[in-house]
Ligand binder design. Structure first.
Ligand code: THU
Length: 161
């Protein structure tokens, strides 16, 4: 028997003000786009903005539904938009933020399990890691260099061979 270990490290900033100008503007864009979320059931408005390797920006927001499971998260809305509008183009960075209109929005959130699975597949598809900048409307900001570090031992296309 062998014991394997998994470690990953990430950067924690005290606020958006500690980021460089490019990252800070992506966070501000993610915060702004939360206004386009449709979240009448959870009141939790999530915004994601990607900078693609061709310089284009693509955004996504969560879109809920009265039939709750039909709703889609901001991250997967973004990936669907990026793949549709810019097929084959890698995503350098995604900034994710949220506005909880009935609560606090003062700490970073990170993608749900389903979105992690989609992010990892996107990385594999275009053969480039996606950097994630996680934040709320204020407070600390977390930067993860590769989305796949959030999904160790993941299931993927190679398993279907
Ligand atoms: N949600 C996202 O869009 N992204 C996340 O990273 C976490 C959760 C959405 C799903 C649902 O519409 C609402 O936030 C509350 O879970």
């Amino acid at each position: 028997m062998n014991k394997d270990e998994y470690h990953f490290s990430y950067d924690v900033y005290n606020s958006v003000d500690e980021l460089n100008e490019i990252d800070a503007s992506l966070v501000q864009a993610a915060r702004k786009v939360t206004a386009s979320a449709y979240a009448p059931y959870s009141n939790f408005h999530v915004g994601a903005v990607a900078k693609l390797s061709n310089g284009e920006l693509v955004s996504g927001t969560n879109q809920e539904n009265a039939a709750y499971p039909v709703g889609i998260c901001a991250e997967r809305a973004l990936l669907a938009a990026a793949a549709s509008l810019h097929p084959g183009i890698a995503i350098d960075t995604i900034a994710i933020s949220y506005h909880n209109t009935k609560g606090k929005s003062d700490h970073p959130i990170s993608p749900c399990g389903m979105c992690r699975q989609s992010l990892v597949e996107y990385e594999e598809r275009v053969k480039q890691p996606i950097r994630l900048i996680l934040s709320g409307m204020d407070g600390k900001v977390i930067v993860v260099e590769k989305a796949n570090s959030l999904l160790p031992l993941s299931f993927g296309s190679i398993d279907l061979k």
